[in-house]
Design a binder for this molecule. Structure first.
Ligand code: SAH
Length: 213
């Protein structure tokens, strides 16, 4: 299978026509081998325009949704980023192509381990993943230039806003259990601003400042 060609087509057909314009983001999607982050029997669908199951009732987001969130994170080289919900590790790989160092919290141990080994196999070393409740963030490593939450929250967790630097961005789906609004928060010295981006559907963020079990 020609995965390079499949990636090129994904970028040209799914990302560029829908408004993903940041060259750093497009390059990251051209580079990261998405097929290494999904169950091998789904390799043929690795670059398709929809989410895929990754086990434990969790999903890897549709490429466009991952790209949109990355673009709103507004990453710069050297940025320190926190992700909540490592899942397959794919979104973290995209971030690592652009930012300096990234941390991720994942509540399901088997996914955290799978993500870590997929990332290493794909050649990434500038990351750390821990098992725990990401609604509380990862305080010891903060503050962060950007935080991305890849599961759906009933409201934005205070801990995450606290762990964001001034000038930092937080991208998170907020809303009901079955549909949400992708939302961008910016933290400035004068306060926090909010921009609603679009409707979306994510698996629930389960934890102290998220949904119940
Ligand atoms: N970013 C992932 C997609 C993850 S799906 C990827 O690129 O593949 C959402 C993930 O969030 C799931 O793996 C789920 O286990 C995790 N999750 C849900 N609630 C969480 C919490 N409170 N803390 C950490 N991870 C959580």
């Amino acid at each position: 299978m020609d995965f390079d060609a499949m990636r090129e087509r994904m970028v040209a057909e799914q990302l560029m026509p829908r408004g993903i314009t940041d060259p750093k983001v497009l390059d990251a999607f051209r580079k990261v081998p998405r097929h290494l982050f999904i169950p091998p029997e789904l390799s043929l669908n690795a670059y398709a325009d929809y989410p895929l199951p990754i086990g434990e009732s969790q999903t890897i987001s549709q490429p466009y949704m991952a790209a949109l969130m990355t673009q709103y994170l507004d990453l710069a080289p050297g940025d320190k980023i926190l992700e909540i919900g490592a899942g397959s590790g794919y979104q973290l790989a995209i971030i690592l192509e652009i930012a300096g160092m990234a941390y991720s919290v994942e509540r399901i141990q088997s996914l955290a381990e799978g993500a870590s080994s997929a990332l290493k196999r794909a050649g990434y070393n500038n990351f750390r993943i821990k098992v725990g409740d990401g609604t509380l963030g990862w305080e010891e490593e903060g503050p962060y230039d950007g935080i991305i939450v890849t599961a759906a929250a009933p409201k934005v967790p205070d801990s995450l806003l606290m762990q964001l630097k001034y000038g930092g961005r937080l991208v998170i789906p907020v809303g009901g259990r079955f549909s949400q609004i992708l939302t961008l928060f910016r933290k400035e010295k004068t306060g926090v601003t909010l921009k609603e981006i679009c409707g979306c559907v994510f698996v629930p963020l389960v934890g102290r400042q998220g949904w119940g079990e």
